[in-house]
Every structure is written in C-alpha cells, then in structure tokens.
Design a protein around this ligand. Structure first.
Ligand code: SAM
Length: 255
C-alpha cells in the first residue's frame, strides 16, 4: 500500500528483524536508508531481492533534494521504506524531518517496528520501568553535559542516555556529582551481541569501575530516579506554591 514506512532494523544480531519488516523491504517501490550499504547488506543476509531497485541515501541533513525525491514518490502514490543504520529510525537517528514532511503533506505514515537499544536496555536494567525519560546523547563538552544533567535532576523516572565508550567514565563522574553519588545506575553494553554485558552499581561505583576498566562497544546508560531526599520535596512544594500564587494573581488581574 502507498505511504511512508519506518522500518526497524537490528541493533546487533541480524536475525532481530521482523518478518513484516522483511516483507516491507521486499515490496516497497522505493528504498531509502541512512546508510545504503548496511541496508543492502541486511537485505542480502535475509535473501530479500533488490528487483532492480536501488537504495537512496537519506539523512535529515542531506539537503532538500533527497527529501524532495522521497516526497515526490509519495505524492505519486508509491510506497517508500526508510531504515536508519540500526534500531528504530528517528531514535537518536535521522527520519524526523521526513516524518513531519510526510504527515504535513497528508501521506500515510506507518511503521514496521523493530528493536531499539533504549527499550532493550530498560527491560534488562532492573530499574523502574513505569516512567522513564530518554535524553539521547549527552553533550560532549563538560560544562554543557553538567547543565543538562542538572536540568534532569528532578525528573520522576528512570533516565536513559546513549553514550560513547570514550566518554562513559567522564559522564558517570559528572552524573555522580550532579545527580548524587548513590543513585543506582546500569551501564548496558553490546546488547544482543556476543559481548553483551550489564554493569550495575551506584553512580559513584560505576564511575570508578569504568575509569579503571575502560570498555569498548555500544553503550546505554540508565540512572534511577532521585529519592525524595536527594530531590528536595520542600523545594518542589515551595516552587509549586510560588507558581500557583503568581498564576492566581495574574488571573485576578485579568478579571
Ligand atoms: N536508532 C537506534 C536505536 O533505536 O536504538 C540508536 C542509534 S544511535 C546513533 C547509536 C547509539 O545507540 C549507540 O552509540 C549506543 O549508545 C546505542 N546502541 C545502539 N545499539 C546498541 C547495542 N547493541 N547495545 C548498546 N547500545 C546500543
């Protein structure tokens, strides 16, 4: 059927692709990918024929030309399948600008969903799953990273970040200082791959562990929500009271 299909691809193990994703890749009129080689390789592994199609390269920043071409195919009533390099498109990956443009133009936007590192990590971490906040990659500059962590300190849910192996020790050290050394955290590494590993501990323990034993590979960092002592309940209540008072005064002035 015509429309834009966001196709989820594996985050490590090639067989973690759904049968429906393979059907969509087999039948789409137009194939587009963040990394054309890795999509072609995945299709080859699973025996999905190209049938004379090519894979177009598309990133949200690849310029308006690439997007215009995909939009023209959609306007023409064709089906367009888009995959990012790994996991779900749009999740710390390109696809957002395309999704918006297709929705604004009134095209059907749908999905052949697959794995994502953030949900995979969350289900393994043993941290609360009822509420969580995914913040993508933390800024690489120390100052910006610390202010970002500061802004997330009172979020009432598990915090989830993607992080590079080069920066994980430093990120944990900053998190221990800004969020508090005792918060439980998990470093989830190489999920679904041969060297899959979970390291659990307090932020302080993990900061020391990762500084002493550096790691390679792909990493998700998860941090438990702050306890009511570390995120001062009194502060939240007085902030709320202040906000309500100002609102009431403003509303009264409007009358
Ligand atoms: N779209 C992907 C998704 O849905 O998870 C994320 C793409 S983002 C550019 C790549 C980052 O995701 C990596 O740097 C790492 O932080 C995380 N990641 C991807 N695959 C992973 C894996 N197998 N194990 C741990 N983290 C992974």
């Amino acid at each position: 059927a015509p429309g834009l299909y966001f196709v989820g691809t594996p985050i490590g193990t090639a067989r973690d692709i759904t049968l429906r994703a393979l059907d969509v890749l087999a039948s789409a009129d137009v194939l587009a990918a963040e990394d054309t080689r890795s999509l072609r390789r995945l299709m080859e592994i699973h025996g999905v024929p190209m049938n004379g199609r090519t894979v177009l390269s598309y990133h949200d920043h690849s310029g308006d030309g690439a997007r215009a071409r995909l939009m023209a195919a959609l306007a023409d009533g064709q089906s367009v399948a888009y995959a990012s390099e790994a996991g779900m498109p749009l999740i710390a990956d390109p696809g957002y600008a395309l999704s918006r443009a297709a929705a604004e133009a009134g095209h059907r936007v749908t999905s052949a969903p697959g794995p994502s590192a953030l949900l995979t990590a969350l289900t393994l971490a043993g941290l609360p799953t009822d509420a969580f906040f995914f913040d993508g990659f933390l800024p690489s500059a120390k100052g910006a990273r610390r202010s970002r962590l500061e802004a997330l300190r009172a979020i009432p849910g598990t915090l989830i970040f993607y992080e590079s192996p080069k920066r994980i020790a430093q990120a944990l050290e900053d998190a221990a200082e800004v969020l508090g050394p005792d918060r439980p955290a998990v470093v989830a590494r190489e999920l679904t791959k041969k060297f899959e590993e979970l390291r659990r501990g307090s932020l302080q323990e993990l900061a020391e562990n990762l500084a002493e034993n550096p790691v390679k590979g792909e990493i998700v960092l998860l941090v438990d929500r702050g306890s009511s002592e570390s995120v001062n309940q009194g502060d939240i209540e007085s902030d709320l009271r202040e906000a309500l008072t100002t609102m009431t005064l403003r509303d009264a002035a409007d009358l």
